[in-house]
Write a protein that binds this ligand. Structure first.
Ligand SMILES: *Cc1c(COP(=O)(O)O)cnc(C)c1O
Length: 422
């Protein structure tokens, strides 16, 4: 029945239907692993809700200064518990992941300090924050913060280079968990732990910040439990569960989170102000749903890898590899195929399925980017989405999928599109 529906309603060919079955068959054990992790993480979140006696009162709202917002303050505690930190700040008015990360950097670094990137080139949007691209005024560089980047060797941290970079001026090290727009492996939480231990052995005062975007709930633990001082992410990615309408979180040690809070609002105020304006309900429900939604996204990623492996493309990670984030990269070596892939994902999205995505100059990015984004929440990438900068080797970065079933269809449409021009 499904085959006929796919054929009649979406014009999926017999070949793609056949390949999808093969992809599914060979991914069974990878799917099961993802479901096991989801099972554990779901219970962990439920237990935390129960420990904190979450009730209807927490889902309400404050206005104005937002003093004593019990919902907001309790959600901070829940994030801290679940992600293994001492403290947390979770706010709807952190506008994106970049702002959350920037708040951490500005929060802990002072003039004369050095920031070191242990995992090579920082995420595109952080370049202007650090001051290594463009003329943006108010960058860390403007404030006298120095920056050093330790390039990776064969997609692994260059520990010798890192040792040399860690002189006495280094106050913080940033580690990016996810591959971002790079063709490398994502770091597992244990690998991040090795980097942190290495840094702390050289100087235990160095603050280790992990850009945790796309990694939340993909494994059974988060980087706080392997020594990270701060972990940061966006609520329109994994931990928002597809329901949070905007926001970001910061989890970490009490001391580091406090410093960040003074940057996020201002010194003396910190986290004591900030009205939730009715966002608590979706932030709570989203966090409750997040392990399950992330599992759907992980399974969609596995299916995507398996499907494009069958079609003969290089993918990362392979369908049978353990995952540490929700991103799947497909290397097309062709601008046209990258664009066709994104068009297919758009066509299989619940919102704006009739729209044709086109490359554009996105703020904060160096190259033109094509983006398939048919989401309930604008730009949300825990929802099904695909993007890629228009530069060789023309890699599509696929992520998200609120439901595995619908994500599979979108991937099949994308595969059909690519097959057609092969
Ligand atoms: C998404 C993301 C960010 C932040 O991007 P925003 O679009 O500002 O939310 C930073 N680092 C990584 C690795 C990301 O995936």
């Amino acid at each position: 029945m499904i085959d006929l529906f796919l054929k009649n309603s979406y014009g999926i060919s017999d070949k793609i239907i056949e390949l999808a079955k093969i992809a599914d068959q060979k991914s069974q054990s990878a799917y099961s692993k993802a479901e096991e992790i989801c099972n554990y993480n779901s219970l962990k979140v439920l237990k935390s809700f129960s420990d904190h006696c979450v009730s209807e009162a927490h889902l309400g709202m404050t206005t104005g200064y937002g003093y004593d917002d019990v919902g907001r303050d309790t959600l901070d505690r829940i994030y801290a518990d679940v992600f293994g930190g001492e403290d947390a700040i979770v706010r709807h008015n952190i506008v994106n992941g970049t702002m959350a990360i920037a708040s951490c950097l500005y929060g802990v670094l002072r003039p004369g300090d050095t920031l070191v990137a242990a995992t090579g080139k920082p995420y595109d949007t952080l370049e202007e924050v650090i001051g290594i691209r463009g003329e943006s005024s108010g960058s860390l560089k403007d404030f006298g913060v120095k920056f050093r980047q330790v390039d990776m060797i064969n997609s692994r941290v260059d520990f010798e280079g890192l040792r040399q970079a860690l002189d006495s001026t280094v106050k913080a090290v940033i580690i990016q968990r996810s591959k971002g727009y790079d063709w490398r492996d994502t770091y597992s939480v244990n690998q991040i732990g090795e980097i942190i231990s290495f840094v702390k052995e050289i100087n235990s005062n160095i603050i280790c910040i992990v850009d945790n975007c796309y990694g939340e709930f993909v494994e059974e633990k988060e980087p706080c439990s392997v020594g990270a001082d701060l972990i940061v992410g966006s609520l329109i990615k994994n931990p928002g569960g597809g329901l949070a309408q905007s926001g970001g979180y910061i989890v970490g040690t009490k001391k580091a989170v406090e410093l960040v809070s003074y940057r996020l609002t201002c010194p003396g105020i910190g986290r004591e102000c900030g009205a939730s304006l009715g966002n608590n309900r979706t932030m709570y429900q989203g966090f409750f749903m997040a392990p399950h939604v992330v599992c759907n996204a992980v399974k969609a990623g596995i299916f995507c890898s398996a499907m494009f492996e069958e079609l003969g493309y290089q993918v990362n990670p392979a369908s049978n590899c353990a995952r540490a984030d929700i991103i799947t990269s497909v290397k097309f070596n062709s601008k046209e195929k990258l664009i066709e892939f994104c068009k297919g994902i758009q066509a299989g999205s619940p919102i704006d399925s009739y729209v044709t995505p086109a490359p554009w100059d996105m703020p904060g990015y160096e190259n033109k980017v094509i983006m398939a984004a048919g989401a309930f929440v604008q730009g949300s990438s825990i929802e099904i989405s695909a993007d890629g900068p228009l530069r060789p080797p023309y890699i599509a970065y696929f992520q998200g999928g609120l439901t595995f079933e619908t994500a599979k269809l979108a991937i099949m449409i994308a595969a059909e599109n690519v097959l057609k021009i092969s």
